[in-house]
Design a protein around this ligand. Structure first.
Ligand SMILES: *Cc1c(COP(=O)(O)O)cnc(C)c1O
Length: 523
């Protein structure tokens, strides 16, 4: 296998104008073509009646504003309608299946939301006196115990705020452990199929990144890894289950080889939902692993909260984990270990990952999720997630090329390639065609080791009926791509916007509205 460096196409393809949908208003039935607030509102209009400000001395001196701020004024109904209309142009897990592979977009149980919104949790302030925070500390502590139990690990750092942040935490703990041994090492090994955050984390922590190739069946090449290991290697960052949707069966042998070379095993645990309750990464020789609470334990991205990336650590690495953390005292109460009191309990912590204790709302949701599922329920989450992904894989492998179909059952996600599409038709066209079918597209052009990759993760929360409809939609679009149906280049034709240059938008975001420039551009 070799890396596909071409990635996804970055330029938009010129879409044909769709005259059939021309209306006086520009709206399409109940889909309203929504202008910007600056275009609806007026700068000398205001949605609220303020009394005239009394004359008086300014108390902010030279900082006083000397010209109008230029914000558009809108009435309350205008404002409400504007944002409601915009929200209807969005796709969300509460609208339908969200097959975005690697992201684990699953239903977010309302029970978790209800618990997180209880005022005792929702209205907490991190600077409250410690004796008023005992309930919050108990939630953090209980969740920490569950995460250690489920992973078979010795310790856990709760404060990292996302998966990538957790990776950095784990790599910094590894660096501290190596420094303590007086063993400075320079290289972090990363398999070709890794998520982009892995090499980015290693580079950010000051390491040189080297790739380890994958075998033809989509797993880490153990022989190539062994050949590269040496006294300059600090760690291997491996994802298991990996991003080709496969379990790394040789994980124990991989860990043993890495340890024999004096290095550490960092596991990217973003895919933990496929093995939770079935496999304990600690038993496989993992030294550090982040868990994306917002993937495995509900609350997907945009589904009610931010991310949270606790990192479970081995006994050796736990000594270097960050401050602060919550400790349980003999009388059952909880204590916060911070810089002021860490000297005797935790003298070697490498520092802090965040100002405070982590994402409290996510901790509450994750603990509610875990307690409402129980150990047996979590095991069933993994089993159903894997079953659903295999159902997708086997239902579509006759129409879409499935490069690893022969490598055995997939884990929680199925990967397809663009092999067999007619000349000129691409994965991008298929993804855009799926939008017309009413779906957010699957992950495209990742993993990089698969040409024109399509990574589909159905998750365990979808019913067979929902999966069948999705399979029918993807089958229909894939058949069009194989038959050379050029009309796919124009897709999506039913969406409020057609093909946008997403790369340009991300690289050169235009975040400021300038009336004059817009007017000039229109001339
Ligand atoms: C999501 C994901 C990450 C990054 O997690 P964030 O919470 O988005 O920072 C890392 N690795 C893999 C495999 C992922 O799926």
């Amino acid at each position: 296998m070799s890396m596909l460096n071409e990635g996804r196409p970055t330029r938009p393809i010129e879409a044909e104008p769709d005259t059939a949908a021309d209306t006086f208003t520009g709206n399409r039935a109940l889909m309203i073509d929504e202008p910007l607030v600056f275009e609806i509102g007026d700068t000398d209009q205001c949605g609220v009646d303020f009394d005239e400000a009394p004359e008086g001395e300014s108390r902010i001196g030279g900082l006083e504003r000397n010209r109008p701020i230029g914000l558009a004024g809108l009435s309350e109904p205008q404002t409400v309608r504007h944002y409601t209309r915009l929200s209807r142009q969005n796709y969300a897990i509460d609208l339908g299946l969200f097959p975005l592979g690697s992201c684990t977009m699953k239903h977010n149980p309302r029970l978790d939301e209800k618990i997180a919104r209880l005022p005792g949790f929702a209205d907490l302030h991190p600077l409250q006196p410690v004796d008023t925070l005992q309930g919050a500390f108990e939630v953090i502590y209980e969740l920490a115990v569950w995460l250690m139990k489920l992973t078979g690990m010795y310790g856990v750092a709760m404060s990292p705020k996302a998966g990538a942040h957790g990776e950095l935490c784990g790599i910094l703990a590894i660096r501290s452990a190596l420094e303590a041994r007086g063993d400075m090492r320079e290289v972090v090994l990363v398999p070709e199929s890794a998520h982009g955050t892995n090499p980015a984390t290693a580079a950010f922590a000051g390491y040189r990144v080297e790739n380890i190739p994958a075998t033809a069946e989509g797993r880490v090449d153990l022989e190539a890894l062994k050949a590269r290991l040496g006294p300059d290697v600090a760690a291997l960052m491996i994802t298991n289950p990996n991003t080709c949707g496969l379990f790394e069966r040789e994980m124990k042998a991989i860990s043993d080889a890495v340890h024999a070379a004096g290095a550490f095993v960092y596991c990217d645990g973003a895919n933990f939902n496929a093995i939770v309750g079935k496999v304990r990464p600690g038993d496989l020789g993992v030294d550090a692993m982040h868990i994306n609470l917002h993937k495995t334990f509900s609350t997907p991205h945009g589904g009610g909260g931010p991310g949270s990336g606790p990192v479970v650590l081995s006994e050796e690495l736990s000594a270097y984990g960050p401050l602060p953390f919550v400790a349980k005292q003999r009388d059952g109460s909880f204590r916060l270990i911070e810089e002021e009191n860490a000297a005797e309990i935790h003298p070697h912590g490498f520092g802090r990952m965040a100002a405070f204790h982590g994402q409290m709302g996510m901790f509450t949701r994750a603990l509610a999720y875990i307690l409402s599922h129980g150990a047996d329920g979590l095991r069933q989450v993994a089993e159903d997630a894997v079953l659903n992904a295999n159902y997708i894989l086997r239902s579509l492998e006759d129409v879409l090329d499935a490069p690893f179909a022969a490598s055995g059952p997939c884990m929680h996600e199925a990967v397809f390639s663009d092999a067999g599409f007619a000349e000129g038709l691409t994965t991008l066209d298929v993804a855009k065609g799926l939008i017309d079918e009413g779906y957010h597209p699957m992950t495209m052009y990742f993993p990089l080791v698969v040409h024109g990759a399509m990574l589909v993760e159905p998750t365990e929360t979808e019913s067979k009926g929902t999966l069948d409809t999705f399979i029918g939609a993807l089958r229909s679009v894939a058949e069009r791509a194989k038959a050379g149906d050029e009309s796919l280049h124009a897709a999506p034709v039913f969406a409020p916007r057609r093909r946008l240059d997403e790369t340009a938008a991300a690289r050169n975001p235009v975040l400021v509205w300038k009336e004059t420039e817009q007017a000039e551009a229109a001339e």
